[in-house]
Write a protein that binds this ligand. Sequence first.
Ligand code: GLU
Length: 446
Amino acid sequence: MIYEIIEYMTKIYKSGNYSCLKVIIMDVFENVKKQVDEITELMGLSKEEANVLLSPKRIVQTSFPVRLDSGKVRRFNGYRVQFNDARGPTKGGIRFHPNVDLSEIKSLGFWMAIKCAVVNIPYGGAKGGVEVNPKELSSTELEKLSRGYIRSMHEILGPEIDIPAPDVYTNSQIMAWMLDEYEKIKGVHAPAMITAKPISLGGSKARDIATGLGGVFVMDQAVKKFVSDKKKKEITIAVQGFGNVGSFFSLYANKEGYNIVAVSDSHGGLYEPNGIDPIKVIACKEAGKDVESCHSDKNQRSNSIKKISNAELLELDVDILVPAALENQITKANSEKIKAKIIIELANGPITPEADAILHKKGIEVIPDILANAGGVATSYFEWVQNKQGYYWEEEEVISKLKKIMDSSFFEVLKSKEEYKTDMRKGAQALAIKKILEAEKLRGNV
Ligand code: GLU
């Protein structure tokens, strides 16, 4: 085995394609294990308790066919990990991404269980994914892929079993195809089997903006607590990632009066110390451009705007850094160079445990993913409740419930942080783990 690894690494070295090394080096579930080790020590948990937390309840891996537009059939690897269901049916998104693998989906399923417990919604945690680059597929192929995933997974999904939602590179149209496929197979209407659907199929108002807006509510509280003397317009923010989450976060943060000075997508970003107007970048992206090329957009142009790489964005001298893309962006390698005072994790798992320790030592406050981006799943919960009631709420009602849940969760996490004399991440984890273990104990599982 070791020789095969050496041979593989030599090949990569020669080809210059170092990104492949990620496959060997980054096993995301190792991050989860480290987190659980640390929290086990902090909370004084038993080995059995730690074991229950780290054991996924059900892992399903499938390989399903899709006939491409060319007439050829291609098989895709699909995953669904229902990590923990002690507190309710499992809940979590489905991502379409070329780097999807079992370790990543397991980790994301674990974090969903913790996240749902942090914001106190009656769900366990799950995650799903397909190893695919959706940008290479036509719309018809994407529809077939979405329906194929449901055909291979429908037996383990359902409103009282496991409820998917969007995640990286999936959206409300994909949820619509998935819902339709599920309903065709089962022969019933079951809108509560999936969330973040289009409103005309039973989706909730404000679900599309919920993760970004929830992040702004949490940031408001964090600023009040950790930044004493600045007005909102003096607070500078850099946002990495301009998908659903990053773009709506930027939009609402800007509306609230904060100064968004940098944004990026997977190709690169823009930096403008005097402030970027997110509406213009959204319009430019909708016209099919990358964030970086919005530089030359006539609406956006200013003397001081410049292109920056994703790595440079993370290291900018700003008040608040918002990683809103993928996991493992801030690592041991770049954490010493981070200058922000607060990090709001809108992506899942963007900071490795080693980097987390370094940031903590540097006095940087990290508002963890399991709190900061929980507005999405909290609003998915509201959608599920509306589907079950068959009674739909106005947008103001959804937003006011979202604000309430994000504010109260922030203060509960803060209380737990102070109780354990630790950081916000461990405070949030401890709060969630207490709830999960209590449910496991009542069920007689530990
Ligand atoms: N994928 C989102 C997350 O990571 C949303 C999950 C959901 O709404 O179920 O939180």
